[in-house]
Write a protein that binds this ligand. Structure first.
Ligand code: ZN
Length: 243
């Protein structure tokens, strides 16, 4: 999609360019790299050599170079492109092993917590115990890995195609491959490589809120199991189930 067009027209069919279509019943996992190879080759050429382009207004050719600034995608595509496992306990590619999570006993889901760490150290919400998890938040936000650290992590990973990689014994399987984008000479130097498309995030958050506020059956997030989990976390006494 051409994101420099206004939001009301960039999603219209006539402005969408279908560059490729991958058919098949399964998720691609690492195999996406096979489809991306020609694109990466073109991008490499555009950066290293550039291409000659004719400028009609001055009637001469000039050398055009281009680079990828960042990719814009939803969260599962983030995993697919970056090689980071965006599922499970360490789902956040920025916080990595410092991702704060709780495995819910009754709801069975993994939830990601302690976002007050991202507030400034004097933010009043850090002191609000009752509204959150009954604790003050004193920790600061986890530091994202520096750009070359990630490359050091992934540079020796052998990408396995055509099957889902098994967990290795050390449990170090949060990086599943070296992203094919690292073939681009500038890729390790980018501080932000992948961006989430706000439209996706907004839609999911909005759906959850509306479904819960309107108490839509089968979709609301406010059920008995959630209330039991609140008991376990000793939060929000007024919502605890009464037997
Ligand atoms: Zn995070």
């Amino acid at each position: 999609m051409i994101y420099s067009l206004p939001p009301w027209s960039c999603t219209k069919q006539k402005y969408i360019m279908l560059s490729m279509k991958i058919a098949g019943p399964r998720q691609l996992e690492n195999d996406i790299d096979v489809y991306l190879t020609p694109l990466i080759e073109d991008l490499r050429k555009l950066w290293v050599d550039g291409v000659d382009v004719y400028d009609q207004s001055v009637q001469q050719t000039f050398r055009l170079c281009a680079m990828i600034f960042c990719t814009i995608n939803d969260f599962s595509a983030y995993g697919n492109l970056s090689g980071y496992s965006v599922k499970g306990h360490h789902a956040c590619p920025i916080c990595e092993k410092n991702t704060s999570y709780i495995q819910l006993k009754h709801g069975k889901k993994t939830i990601y917590t302690r976002h007050r760490r991202y507030f400034k150290s004097y933010h009043p919400y850090r002191q609000l115990k009752k509204a959150f998890n009954r604790q003050n938040e004193i920790e600061s936000a986890p530091k994202p890995l520096a750009r070359h650290e990630i490359y050091d992590w992934v540079k020796d990973i052998v990408t396995i195609f055509n099957k889902t990689q098994k967990k290795d014994a050390s449990g170090n399987n949060i990086w599943k491959k070296r992203s094919i984008f690292f073939h681009l000479p500038y890729w390790c130097d980018l501080h932000v490589r992948h961006c989430l498309d706000v439209m996706d995030v907004e839609k999911n958050v909005c759906d959850s809120l509306i479904d819960t506020l309107l108490n839509i059956k089968g979709k609301t997030k406010d059920g008995f199991k959630c209330h039991q989990d609140l008991v376990d976390m000793s939060m929000r006494d007024q919502l605890h189930p009464v037997s």
